[in-house]
Design a protein around this ligand. Structure first.
Ligand code: FES
Length: 82
């Protein structure tokens, strides 16, 4: 099965699954906190609320509408501020 890295974990995913869906299937529903302390998580699932922003291979994107890709590195957006 394909996988990507979320922090120090390998997260498996099915073909066509979004980053957020794969994280949720792995039991990860909270993706850290943003610069002002708001929880980053899977919410609307359609790219509208911007609640699921993560850094994907260095670029900030919505986890809910970004397809999972084998070997991708996912980091918390707020990590620079912690
Ligand atoms: S969950 Fe709303 S933009 Fe991703």
């Amino acid at each position: 099965m394909n996988s990507f890295r979320f922090l120090s974990k390998n997260i498996p995913f099915n073909e066509g699954e979004s980053i957020a869906a794969a994280l949720e299937a792995a039991g990860i529903r909270q993706f850290g906190r943003d610069a002002v302390g708001h929880e980053i998580r899977y919410f609307c699932g359609i790219g509208a609320c911007q609640c699921c922003l993560v850094r994907i291979d260095g670029v900030i994107r919505e986890a809910c509408v970004t397809p999972a890709r084998a070997g991708a590195h996912i980091e918390l957006v707020g990590a620079d501020h912690e």
